[in-house]
Design a protein around this ligand. Structure first.
Ligand code: SAH
Length: 222
């Protein structure tokens, strides 16, 4: 049997993390609140201990069920575009390792509602101590294309998988004045898009850099 993971944030880990934050700064991340939250959260806690020494490289790593934890730069980039403010209600599609989720929670979201479609990954979350540490996270095993109508509307919506199109149900569940950030398919890779819903309900779309995400798929996987 695999032994229980030890959550130890050593001096070395903290040092590697500070270096990663400097790399993110050099790559153009300027939002201090995003950098602070990423400096506060030990990324190696979300990975198998086999990745302990390389957890702070700007790379994606496998997390099971053929999925990956996003690159730190991608996490920083999406979070910066989302302009997170304290007290907001945020919907995240693609919980994966919970790394991105805890960053949104650490930044003071009133509640982060996060959806994952891979049963295997939601089971993994049961063991994670983050569930007790961040009481402002609610986990759902669902199809993210449908969102969470019961809890809508949301101030912010973040999709962390490559969407084939802008999911209409999620646009519906965005508050007037709200923002949604998502990578949308463009063949080989995806284009980062930010949707702004104006107070009159009209939609404005901005286009940013290209990225490479795992696909956003419909339905649940057992
Ligand atoms: N934010 C995650 C990124 C994980 S990769 C992290 O930091 O680790 C993207 C995740 O989106 C995968 O776990 C994948 O299973 C999930 N996903 C894909 N399509 C989905 C859907 N329709 N609903 C919910 N989750 C989905």
């Amino acid at each position: 049997m695999k032994s229980a993971k030890v959550f130890n944030d050593s001096f070395q880990h903290k040092g590697m993390r500070r270096k990663l934050i400097e790399t993110l700064r050099e790559k153009g991340i300027t939002d201090e609140k995003v950098l602070e939250a990423m400096n506060a959260i030990p990324r190696h806690f979300f990975l198998d201990s086999a990745f302990d020494k390389i957890a702070y490289e700007d790379q994606a790593f496998p997390i099971g069920a053929d999925q990956t934890i996003s690159h730190p730069y991608t996490v920083a980039y999406q979070t910066q575009l989302l302009q997170v403010k304290r007290g907001e209600k945020i919907l995240e599609i693609g919980t994966g390792s919970i790394y991105q989720t805890t960053i949104l929670a650490e930044m003071g979201a009133q509640m982060v509602y996060t959806i994952e479609r891979q049963k295997k990954l939601t089971d993994l979350q049961e063991n994670y101590y983050f569930k007790n540490k961040y009481l402002n996270i609610k986990f759902f095993y669902r199809d993210g294309f449908l969102g969470l109508p019961t809890y809508a509307p949301f101030d912010k919506i973040l999709i962390t998988a490559a969407a084939p199109f802008i999911p209409p149900k999620l646009v519906e569940q965005l508050k007037p004045g709200g923002l949604m950030v998502l990578p949308v398919d463009e063949g080989e890779n995806q284009r980062m898009i930010r949707i702004t819903k104006a107070m009159d309900g009209s939609i404005q779309e901005e286009t940013f850099d290209a990225f490479s995400f795992v696909p956003m798929l419909g339905g649940k996987n057992i």
